[in-house]
Ligand binder design. Structure first.
Ligand code: TRP
Length: 337
């Protein structure tokens, strides 16, 4: 049995890249291996490490939870919760782990460098310590597997490193070293305007991405106008080399239809984009529209989502509490026995 944990920040305008690169994999995993324990949190305490709007934090948290559920994370099979609702435990473990995290390692984190930019002296301690909180998110549940995107690999390495340091320093194999499951490597979804850039919520042009809230008309329009090249589709995967836009559309089609790129190519070899795009657009609408509809329904009335988040927090707490108690015991803290 695996204990799987992952999370997304409530800062996303969720798009197709988040769905195909993360959410869909979580859902497939949940359904393929029903014996696993799954914990999916909305990492709102990470979201406040960058400037944010306090009036929309709770709303954004509900939105991400709604996306989890709409995409198929089943609250009966998975704990869905806000990190801050178990924040006392995550935060306390983070402090303990901070005492075994070397500054030199934090200094090498590329995400910190990217986010802090030129003025790292002015960056907050929270942004710097972000990876330690992420390690706590994982280790507070002794999670065995963590599905994340390629960009989070370095943070996962650090979490493993911290877990190993704890085990070594306190001479006990207490923490499982969490395995990264690098998902979506094959489904790196790129911008519809520039096949060399990742699909991103921060790209200026809304035409570059398909948002999970787009209407079927918008989806169709964006795909129709997606950048391509003048050649027909190739007859082999190798033929996609040097054609990033074509490769991206094929990747999206394959991921959406649970096919390999080879299978998609076999079907469309030699065809023009004018023939391929409407098929891609129908497929995307077919898969995304029900998710969008369910998200809207969930968000129209907070009651259900709030009940799910509350229940998820209770489940998470039941797992985390004894682990934190044991960590403190191992570390030698006083307690009433
Ligand atoms: N840093 C992750 C991201 O930006 C989000 C995250 C926070 C996370 N804590 C986590 C992911 C724990 C997996 C496990 O994508």
């Amino acid at each position: 049995m695996k204990r799987i944990l992952s999370g997304m920040q409530p800062t996303y305008q969720l798009h197709l890249g988040n769905y195909l690169g993360a959410l869909k994999n979580w859902v497939d995993l949940q359904n393929a291996e029903p014996e696993n324990e799954n914990l999916y949190c909305v990492v709102d305490m990470h979201a406040i490490t960058m400037p944010y709007d306090r009036d929309s934090l709770a709303k954004a948290t509900r939105e991400i939870a709604a996306a989890y559920i709409a995409a198929g994370i089943d609250p009966k099979k998975s704990a869905i919760f806000a990190q801050s609702s178990v924040g006392d435990l995550h935060g306390e473990l983070m402090w303990l782990l901070a005492t075994m995290t070397q500054i030199g390692k934090l200094n090498r984190m590329t995400q910190f460098k990217d986010k802090a930019g030129k003025n790292a002296e002015k960056a907050g301690l929270g942004l710097y310590a972000y990876p330690v909180l992420m390690a706590a998110d994982i280790l507070i549940y002794n999670a065995t597997h963590v599905p994340v995107g390629e960009d989070q690999k370095q943070h996962l390495e650090l979490a493993r490193d911290i877990a190993a340091t704890f085990n070594h320093r306190y001479e006990k194999e207490f923490f499982t070293l969490p395995e990264p499951m690098i998902m979506g490597a094959a489904t790196r979804v790129m911008s519809l305007r520039d096949g060399s850039q990742k699909m991103s919520k921060s790209a200026e042009s809304d035409m570059s991405r398909i948002n999970l809230t787009d209407t079927p008309e918008m989806i169709a329009d964006k795909i129709k106008r997606a950048k391509t090249d003048p050649n027909p589709l190739p007859d082999s995967v190798e033929g996609l080399e040097g054609r990033p836009e074509a490769a991206n559309l094929i990747t999206i089609y394959a991921a959406m239809n649970n096919q390999t790129k080879e299978q998609v190519i076999a079907e469309f070899a030699g065809k023009q984009f004018s023939e391929f795009k409407p098929k891609l657009s129908d497929l995307t609408v077919e898969k995304i529209a029900p998710i969008t509809a369910r998200m809207r329904e969930l968000l129209a009335d907070q009651t259900e989502i709030d009940a799910i988040l509350k229940d998820g927090a209770e489940k998470a707490r039941l797992v985390a509490e004894p682990i934190l108690t044991e960590v403190k015991d191992i570390m030698g803290f006083w307690s009433l026995k």
